[in-house]
Design a protein. Structure first.
Length: 215
């Protein structure tokens, strides 16, 4: 139990720092693109009734809160993995951060890339189901491919990595986006870079803090 409390404390600190870093990156890089894309939207009656945080401190505050909580959850995954493998130090943390980036961002984004406001999408539940399936398949696939020595598990892991993309992500029959394509592509690139920095920072901080803690 004492070890778990230490892992939670390390993950909380790493998650808050990583969430703060991601929030700063989003504020200066992707938020201007989101605000620009929102100018192409035509407000509807239903859209007006939906509550949204106002621009300024409300939007920034909720973004920081969400990123901090998300960072805590993901940092806990990394810390538990490091503890399970009896690894510590920023290099090991960097490796697990890279794995998290591949599992939770890169693999799902191959089928469902980040979208700006005003982009038509498939039904929410189908997208969520595919995202969860892709993340799980990628995690198990990477485990089988790199953390086992049995050849059949490595082959199965490679197959799992490809399976979600062979099935294909759900998309609307006719895809439309209000924002210009160049703006959308710029958003995808910056979001990918921001998430890479976020995940590598989570891993580095978690590994470094674990090295300083005696279990």
């Amino acid at each position: 139990m004492a070890d778990f409390r230490k892992l939670v404390t390390i993950s909380l600190l790493a998650g808050l720092l990583g969430g703060l870093l991601l929030s700063v990156l989003q504020h200066y890089q992707t938020l201007p693109l989101i605000l620009a894309a929102e100018q192409f939207e035509t407000p509807s009656a239903e859209h007006v009734r939906d509550w949204q945080p106002m621009d300024g401190w409300q939007r920034n505050g909720f973004t920081l809160l969400f990123n901090g909580l998300t960072g805590f959850g993901f940092a806990l995954f990394i810390s538990v993995a490091l503890y399970w493998r009896d690894q510590h130090g920023y290099l090991y943390g960097l490796g697990w951060g890279l794995a998290g980036y591949l599992v939770f961002f890169v693999a799902p984004s191959l089928g469902l890339p980040p979208e700006l406001p005003g982009t038509d999408s498939a039904e929410l539940h189908s997208r969520q189901a595919w995202w969860l399936f892709t993340a799980a398949a990628t995690a198990i696939g990477l485990f089988g491919l790199f953390l086992t020595k049995q050849r059949w598990l490595q082959i199965g892991g490679a197959g799992l990595l490809a399976l979600p993309h062979l099935i294909g992500a759900p998309h609307p029959e006719v895809a439309q986006a209000l924002a210009p394509e160049a703006l959308q592509q710029h958003f995808v690139v910056l979001t990918s870079i921001n998430n890479a920095i976020f995940w590598l920072a989570l891993g580095t901080i978690s590994g470094r803090l674990l090295r300083k803690v005696t279990f």
